[in-house]
Design a protein around this ligand. Structure first.
Ligand code: ATP
Ligand code: MG
Length: 277
């Protein structure tokens, strides 16, 4: 089980994540929703160790990992999608995935298994490249990939690490409509493996509605709702937070009842709210 207790980070006077206590269980996909700037990515960064908490703690399998660096957390099974900056731009797609497979397999490697392990590593990497439908791009340099393919590569590398906790931060953002189902199918496959804990930050409410077993809502860094999807979506706090804040925001047409408001952006910078359209 992954758990955060009163997890908090302040940037100057701004509390980006404010005393968030939440537990995430294996076999559950939790969608994390909230307006732009709510603190979703920052919450992920605190869990994965990219950011250091100002207060509170992170626990994995009963161990307090708050003081551990990213690498130690990854080793424990916390899987955060690789950021584009973590890919090796001058290596091919296949080589990037192979490196991720190797880093996973370093543990337990012995001299007698070097050859077979190499072959297995190659095969496992190829399988992952196929699963994200990058087989045509296997020999292409990571740096040459269009955005959607780079994101697919990130997911392949994340899966290569075989984490017990998967953290997806808007995995389909900026993807073409033909690429989106590839990623969503992989998330569905992971969900069927009832041992995985999946956290998904997602703005597309039809995706949330389909995949989530549970929804938590962050707003101004605080956890303001937590529960079963239909219940959370219909809850007064969500309706009030979103409808109340920006009544002029139109409801997305694709979504059935109860109506789910589009997440408005508070204050300036309204262009970001529409960056995915
Ligand atoms: N390194 C940082 N330094 C200062 N402020 C930061 C930093 N990282 C995030 N913030 C601020 O923390 C708040 C939360 O940002 P965050 O990126 O976590 O929001 P988000 O919910 O992921 O939004 P989006 O839906 O747009 O991705 C924002 O006000 C942001 O400006
Ligand atoms: Mg974000």
């Amino acid at each position: 089980m992954l758990e955060t207790r009163e997890l908090t980070i302040r940037f100057g006077g701004h509390v980006a994540v404010d005393a968030v206590s939440c537990a995430f269980h294996p076999g559950t996909l939790t969608a994390i929703v909230g307006p732009n700037g709510a603190g979703k990515t920052t919450y992920f960064n605190l869990i994965s160790g990219q950011l250091k908490a100002s207060a509170g703690s992170v626990h994995l399998g009963g161990t307090d990992i708050t003081g551990e660096p990213v690498s130690a957390r990854t080793h424990r099974g916390l899987g955060r999608a690789f950021q584009l900056t973590q890919l090796f731009p001058n290596l091919t797609v296949a080589e990037n995935v192979r490196l991720a497979v190797q880093s996973r397999r370093r543990e337990g490697l012995d001299l007698w298994s070097v050859w077979s392990d190499r072959r297995e590593t190659r095969e496992r990497a190829q399988e992952l490249v196929d699963r994200v439908q990058l087989h045509d791009r296997s020999a292409a340099l990571a740096s040459s990939l269009p955005h959607g393919d780079q994101r697919k590569l990130e997911v392949a590398m994340l899966m290569a690490l075989e984490p017990s906790v998967y953290m997806f931060d808007e995995p389909t953002a900026g993807m073409s409509t033909s690429d989106v189902p590839v990623i969503l199918d992989l998330v569905r496959t992971l969900k069927r493996d009832r041992t995985k804990t999946i956290l998904l930050v997602e703005h597309k409410m039809d995706v949330v509605r389909e995949l989530a077993d549970r929804i938590i809502v962050l707003h101004n860094g605080r956890l303001v709702a937590d529960g079963e999807p239909a219940e959370v979506i219909a809850s007064p706090i969500v309706q009030q937070a979103y409808l109340g804040l920006a009544p002029e925001v139109s409801l997305p047409a694709a979504i059935g009842s109860p109506p789910i408001p589009a997440f408005p952006l508070e204050g300036e910078g309204g262009d970001r709210a529409h960056r995915e359209q």
